[in-house]
Design a protein around this ligand. Sequence first.
Ligand code: BUP
Length: 395
Amino acid sequence: ELTPSPHIALLPSSGMGHLTPFLRLAALLAAQGVKITFITPLSKKSFICLHSTIFLHIRKAADPFYYHIEVTRRSCHLLSSLLPSLSPPLSAIITDMSLTATVVPITKALNIPNYIFFTSSAKMLTLFLSFHTLVGSKANTNLHEIDDIEIPTLEPIPKCWIPPPLLQDKNDLLKAYIIRERTLAALNGDKVIHGIPSVFAIGVLPPCGFQKTKTLAWLDDQAIGSVLYVSFGSRTALPREQLRELGDGLVRSGYSFLWVIKVKKVDREDDEQLRDVIGDELMESINQKGLVVKHWLDQENILRHPAIGGFLSHCGWNSVTEAIWHGVRVLAWPQHGDQKINADLVERFGMGIWPKSWGWGGEVIVKGGQIAEKVREVMRNELLKMQARKHRRRD
Ligand code: BUP
């Protein structure tokens, strides 16, 4: 129960996919008169201070995304002194799921109510919790050998939707986090999901006003509903060969497109010329039909633009919720993590198509011709357009 003027702290995890929903939630709460403290491990003035040997040890290991989660996790002990020093005293803290095992013992000791914000779908949460129990019950089993994941009272989750690192790599950090979540194990009891604390669905979260930037003049010149927007989120760089096939497919589809391209996972290392990656000839054709951008564009602004008629998306949870918010059809091409679960929801909502044979990103190279065919299928499909419009939350 909130006090008359509550004060809530929010502690997100790393990556735009996690940070964005935390910011949106903070904005919604602030609009209700809640005092907000946003704890960020990214700013120089943050609560993070690290021992350099830990820093180096983790840097070797991983993906920058995991690296930042690990940095945050290892700094969480600092919350013990930080949280009680806040004024007025905290009414509650909202923390990212990936920090649960580390943060909950601290907030419990401080007697501060701790809400866990799971920044994906309820279905992904069932997979998360079920996988944990499965691993616990099969401690010495090769996870390659497991079947589809059975979930009491729900449809099973196909094995091929489980993010591959969870099945393949014993040292994968994502898997380590899931397994480390002892709090969840305790909550699960002996049956999956029994005894879990109340789960509240709080999406689709509206965009925060402060994200607005100018749209592209190029987009303003395109006909209504004529442009396919292409983006694979902030963390996915497709393999080179796949980038070229995608470029070829977009050109062959005959539709105009706005393609936000990522050549490297970490943007600041991405100093390569697009021409070198894509080749001169293809680049010429691309320039005639579309616009390729290598820097961050405000996706909200693009999706709300009347020229956008479809979205080729990796189906990160934020991208899916933003497509729903703006009522845009989706061609789903999940790349990793929760994205197959999200792509399934897009199809179930009747607002998109998911060509399942395309697999995870990089698993197979999808040819330009196949991509062109699916782009045309989505862009011509009036039923998808109508259903997407029906789901639209924007006024
Ligand atoms: Br790229 C890009 N502009 O150019 P997801 C992304 N975004 O506004 P991800 C931009 O970043 P995870 C760009 O609107 C969304 O809110 C986009 O989140 C925004 O995918 C966010 O869709 C991306 O969840 O994260 O980044 O792959 O792996 O956690 O799903």
